[in-house]
Design a binder for this molecule. Sequence first.
Ligand code: HEC
Ligand code: HEC
Ligand code: HEC
Length: 133
Amino acid sequence: MYNGKKIILGLVIFVLFFTSPFLINIGKANEKPEVSLDTPVISQLDEKQCIESAEYMRANHMKLLNEWRDQAVREGQTVYISNSGKKYEISLENGCLECHSNQEQFCDSCHTYSEVEPYCWDCHNGAKGGLDK
Ligand code: HEC
Ligand code: HEC
Ligand code: HEC
C-alpha cells in the first residue's frame, strides 16, 4: 500500500494545484470598486434606493437599459413601473443620471474597473446633459 498512499497524496496535490486559482477566486465574482452614491438627488431621497434592488441593478442594468431604449425609441413609452410599483421616467439623462449625476465616479469608474465601454456615450452626453443628435 506504500505506493497507493503516494499516489493518493499525489492526486490530492494535483487536484489542489489545479483548482487553487478557482478556490482563490471564490467570492470575487461580485467584486466591484467602491462606487460613490454622493449626489444631490440621492442625498435628498427618503429611501436610498435604486429603481430596483441594488443586486438586481448590478446584475441587470445593461439589460434593463436596452429594454428602456427599445421602449422609449420604438414604442414611445416614457414611464417605467418598478417591481414595487413606483414610477420612473424612462431616460438615461433624466432617469439614471438624474440620480447618478456623478457619472464619472459611478458608471464610469465601475466600467473602467470592469473594462466595459458602453457605446451609449457616442451620442448621449450623459451627466453633461443633452444628446448629440
Ligand atoms: C431615484 C434615484 C435613482 C435612479 C433613477 C436610478 N438609480 Fe441607481 N441607485 C440609486 C441608489 C440610491 C442606489 C444605491 C442603492 C442601494 O445601495 O441599495 C443605486 C444603485 C445602483 C447600482 C448598484 C451600485 C452598487 O452598489 O454596485 C447600479 C448599477 C445602478 N444604481 C444603476 C442605475 C441605472 C443604470 C439607472 C437607470 C436605468 C439607475 N441606477 C437609476 C438611485 C437611483
Ligand atoms: C457596480 C458596477 C457598475 C456600475 C455602478 C455601473 N455599471 Fe454599467 N456595467 C457594469 C458591468 C460589469 C457591465 C458589463 C456587463 C456584461 O457585459 O455582462 C456593464 C455594462 C453596461 C452597459 C452595456 C454595455 C455593453 O457594451 O454591453 C451599459 C449600457 C451600462 N453598463 C450603463 C451603465 C450606466 C448608465 C451606469 C450609471 C448610471 C452604469 N452602467 C453603472 C458595471 C457597472
Ligand atoms: C447613434 C446614437 C445613439 C447611441 C449610440 C445610443 N443612443 Fe440612445 N438615443 C439616441 C437618440 C437619437 C434618442 C432619442 C432621443 C429623443 O427621442 O429625444 C435616444 C434615446 C434613448 C433613450 C430614451 C430617451 C432618453 O432620454 O434617454 C434611452 C433610455 C436610450 N437612448 C438609451 C441608450 C443606451 C442605454 C445606449 C447604449 C447602450 C444608447 N442609448 C446609445 C441615440 C443614441
